[in-house]
Write a protein that binds this ligand. Structure first.
Ligand code: IVH
Length: 668
């Protein structure tokens, strides 16, 4: 392809991808498959790499972020970012309406919007291109988080059409939808990291990560609720928002106009009931005057506009009585205190149990027997106790003490420094841990064996299964003996066990339930160590080379395989014929020109960012590794290459190649 055709093609792909991105993330109405989208994105990245002259910071390829970590620079807001006055009752809202009517002659319109519970952002566009994204900060000055905001797919990098103002600002809320929040917390729990309390904290924390490629992995969303500028199309808020939708912004579909309080009250009642069905959290409704002239006329107090107000929903919180506290033992031995409550209605469901998290939290709450407690449902599905009504406490009631021994097996509990939870160390003998490990092993995302929890318990109670390795020596004659099993269901169970033998290696690795080795980590480990033998032979140092594997995970893996009992399990699984190696059709290892080759990148490069190089490695079947060791096939060196990496590569005779040599490699 000559340079001119490449340029046309790059432009074509950027437009197409921009359009499909908008259809997918803003309109939620995609017209092409994810695969087709990825194909075009890969082609664009390849061409942009080949023709670096055509670099454009607003190209859709820039949404992957960069791992260059930078401090945030503080910038002043052109228009201060104010907050809103809050109201909590219809009466207060009626007073707001009265104040408006006193100041305004004639008819006017209210715009009702949802009050998104995320993080405020200001986005500046110059000539249709995103120039800057700034957090609220203290309202006068905020942090420049442009590189992070660029990874948010619903924030347009370039506007659509051509009738937008030359220079203007939009205000909106960055949100983490409930589903993304739960996934993020699940992954954090798997890695033994602290959990985010709610989606707002998670969104705020994400926006402040100083490595935008990590931000890009979190499914942030952005909804726009305000436009500011000198030459906006209308002097009306609602109408400007509708125009902004045409320019490519995500504007809430729920926003409505009313000409009086009746409509506003209906809107509030509707969303107070329906908010549980929204994919993200809202904490109220915002009521604004639509007409900019009236807004200007009413003006501002020191901190808030007089032309807008928020109505806050009462938190999804209920009061109930604590009946007892139960201490659960998880499959990893982690202890969770759980409150048994008198059943209470909370956000549309009956709640009987709520988490008390850990000893510290119980102490903070100073929880007593028979206490009246407040239960809240955050973004998390598990309700939690957030407070105690101490005035309602029965006089004679005693504090609930934390346990020192495992409630299931009596072993003395331990608490690892830096961790909030207690653990039962009797891994091999503690019954709920044994059951939990088998239940995890057979679960859908692990080995997908069709076996109910009750069946697991019966098999263990009857002594037919002691660990996951024993599942594969079960015979139909054994299963048929257990309650509720007939010949047909026994046959099906054995078949389901048989079928699990051929699952990919990373599924087995996840199924083993090694502490801190969740699904994502298992995938990465399986790709870097394509068989159980390689993984078992790996030391902490080798493991640390894998992306996303830190000390905690690495030592947990080594610890697992160092135990005799676990080695016996692996032996049983191997003898049963369970797949324990990367199969030839796993793409990251055997497909692509780099097929399983391991690369370390060091330094900076003329034509690609490090992230672009990493993406190219993965797209071509290679594996990214962070440290040089004998496992590594190539070190790609740029200017400022790490001297210790270079030295080590030379010692180990690992080829050090340039950026151009690498590009040649994948273009052949
Ligand atoms: S308008 C001058 N509209 O609430 C008025 N704010 O307490 C500026 N928020 O920092 C805000 N949803 O982050 C407005 N539909 C909405 C909103 C909204 C959420 C947040 C925003 C702001 C805070 C004000």
């Amino acid at each position: 392809m000559d340079k001119k055709s490449a340029r046309y093609r790059i432009e074509y792909l950027r437009n197409e991808l921009g359009e499909h991105n908008y259809r997918y993330y803003v309109l939620a109405d995609p017209v092409i498959s994810d695969r087709e989208y990825d194909r075009m994105m890969n082609e664009l990245i390849r061409l942009e790499n080949e023709y670096p002259d055509f670099f454009d910071p607003s190209s859709p390829s820039q949404r992957v972020g960069s791992d260059i970590s930078r401090e945030f620079i503080q910038v002043s807001h052109k228009y201060p970012m104010l907050s809103l006055g809050n109201t909590y009752s219809r009466e207060e809202l009626a007073e707001f309406d009265k104040r408006i009517r006193k100041a305004v002659a004639g008819n006017f319109e209210y715009v009702c919007e949802l009050k998104y519970d995320g993080v405020a952002i200001s986005l500046t566009y110059v000539d249709g291109v995103l120039r800057r994204a700034v957090t609220r900060g203290d309202g006068e000055k905020g942090d420049d988080v442009t590189s992070n905001a660029k990874t948010v797919r619903s924030i347009p990098l370039k506007l659509r059409g051509n009738n937008y103002p030359a220079d203007f600002e939009v205000r909106g809320e960055i949100l983490l939808p409930g589903e993304g929040f739960e996934r993020l917390n699940r992954e954090r729990a798997e890695r033994g990291e602290n959990l985010f309390a709610n989606p707002r904290n998670a969104a705020a924390g994400t926006l402040k990560i100083q490595n935008s490629s990590l931000v890009a992995r979190r499914p942030l969303d952005c909804i726009i609720f305000g436009i500011l500028g000198d030459d906006l199309p209308f002097d009306l808020h609602y109408e400007n928002l509708q125009k902004a939708r045409e320019w490519g912004f995500k504007i809430s579909e729920e926003t409505m106009k009313f000409d009086g309080l009746d409509g506003v009250f209906d809107f509030i009642d509707h969303w107070d009931r329906q908010r549980v069905h929204l994919p993200f959290d809202i904490d109220g409704v915002v009521v604004k005057l639509n007409d900019f002239r009236l807004q200007r006329q009413l003006g501002y107090t020191a901190k808030t506009p007089r032309w807008a107000i928020s109505y806050k929903f009462s938190a999804e919180r209920s009061a109930s009585r604590l009946q007892s506290v139960q201490f659960q033992v998880g499959r990893t031995g982690a202890i969770t205190p759980v409150a048994n409550l008198e059943p209470v209605l909370l956000a549309g469901t009956i709640v009987k149990r709520a988490s008390l998290h850990n000893e510290e939290q119980m102490k903070l709450l100073d929880i007593h027997e028979g206490d009246t407690v407040y239960v809240e449902k955050g973004g998390d599905i598990i309700p939690k106790i957030v407070g105690v009504d101490k005035k309602a406490r029965p006089q004679t009631s005693k504090p609930v003490n934390y346990i020192s021994e495992c409630p299931a097996c009596g072993t003395l509990l331990i608490r690892v420094e830096g961790e909030a939870r207690h653990y039962c160390p009797a891994t091999d003998t503690c019954p709920p841990q044994i059951l939990g490990r088998i239940e995890h092993f057979v679960s859908r995302r692990a080995m997908n064996i069709n076996m109910a929890e009750a069946t697991v318990k019966l098999l263990v109670d009857k002594g037919l299964v002691k660990d996951v390795g024993d599942l594969y020596s079960l015979r139909e004659e054994d299963v048929v003996q257990i309650e509720r099993f007939g010949p047909k269901s026994s046959r099906n169970l054995i078949k389901s066990i048989e079928n699990s033998k051929d699952l990919p290696w990373h599924r087995l690795l996840y199924a083993l339930g090694i502490r801190f080795a969740g699904e994502t980590v298992a995938r990465k480990l399986a790709a870097a160590f394509p068989s159980v033998d390689l993984l078992m032979g790996a030391g902490v140092e080798d493991l640390l080379e894998v992306d996303e594997v830190g000390e905690k995970i690495a030592s947990s893996i080594v610890d697992y395989f160092s135990k005799e009992g676990n080695r016996i399990i692996i032996k049983k699984l191997r003898e049963a014929g369970v797949n324990m190696q990367q199969s030839p059709d796993t793409p990251s290892q055997t497909e692509g020109i780099l097929a399983g080759n391991k690369f370390v990148i060091s330094g900076t490069f003329d034509h690609h960012s490090r992230d672009q190089l990493k993406a190219l490695i993965e797209q071509n079947g290679g594996v990214n590794i962070s440290a040089v060791s004998s496992n590594v096939d190539y070190l790609i060196g740029g200017s400022g290459i790490g001297p210790s990496k270079l030295k080590k590569a030379r010692e180990l005779n690992i080829p050090v190649i340039s950026e151009d040599e690498f590009i040649d490699m994948i273009n052949h």
